[in-house]
Design a protein around this ligand. Sequence first.
Ligand code: ADP
Ligand code: ADP
Length: 239
Amino acid sequence: MKFTRPMANPPLFLVFLGPPGSGKGTQARLLHERIGLPHVSTGDLFRHHLKNNTPLGLLARQYMDRGELVPDGVTVDMVADRLAQSDAACGAILDGFPRNLAQVVALEAMLADRGGVSLAPLFAVSDEEVMRRITGRRTCRLCGAIYHIEFNPPKQPGVCDADGGELYQRDDDRPETVEKRLYVYYKQTAPLIGYYFAKGVLAEIDGTQPPEAVQAALLQVLTDRGLLARMPVPAAVTG
Ligand code: ADP
Ligand code: ADP
């Protein structure tokens, strides 16, 4: 008979759920700064490939421009490579992955001996709010920092506060593409909510509050479920 020792400190994998524009990237960046868990955004990874004109970037672009999902095979391979990197040994914040049930199954296989998904926070906002947020979103070309022309403006219009990089509007953030992305979200990604609920790891968070309040609610859920204690960098929840 084979005995396996229980892991002393199992890694922490979080799956951020919510429609496009619900604040997943904003919250993932804040949480990464706070607790050091790597932020793995499939959208950011594809945009990085696109910027470098790699074959994967050129392939992904065709789908991103239409507001459709990039094929599962290349997406899953890209995530598997990322999660095999040493900084993800302690876990990761998954932002934008999985996005359909086939990707859920692939993630389960990747995490089979790493403790699985510990928490799936769902950032709940209305479609009207999504439209307001996405059409005003601006992103730094250098560091990917996320701004909003009205809700989170940079100190100087068009310039990133952190590194002076140019702020741009993503091609897929134009209203026609956003409608398609929302349709794809409801059809392919929203069913994941029921899946993670049934697994007992779903946590719905009111995403309409200001970003700091959403982050506080997220940290509270992590604390309540005893998940922050697993982090390599201990996080103080108050203050
Ligand atoms: P948002 O943050 O607004 O939801 P993302 O940056 O996550 O947008 O994604 C942008 C685009 O990248 C998606 O519309 C899709 O084309 C592609 N994409 C991102 N993640 C995935 C994924 N897990 N599977 C397939 N395509 C993806
Ligand atoms: P997602 O990653 O889910 O697509 P983002 O984090 O990129 O969402 O946020 C989309 C837009 O909404 C950005 O312009 C961001 O600055 C803004 N935003 C994010 N969170 C909030 C919030 N709690 N209140 C108001 N605006 C927000």
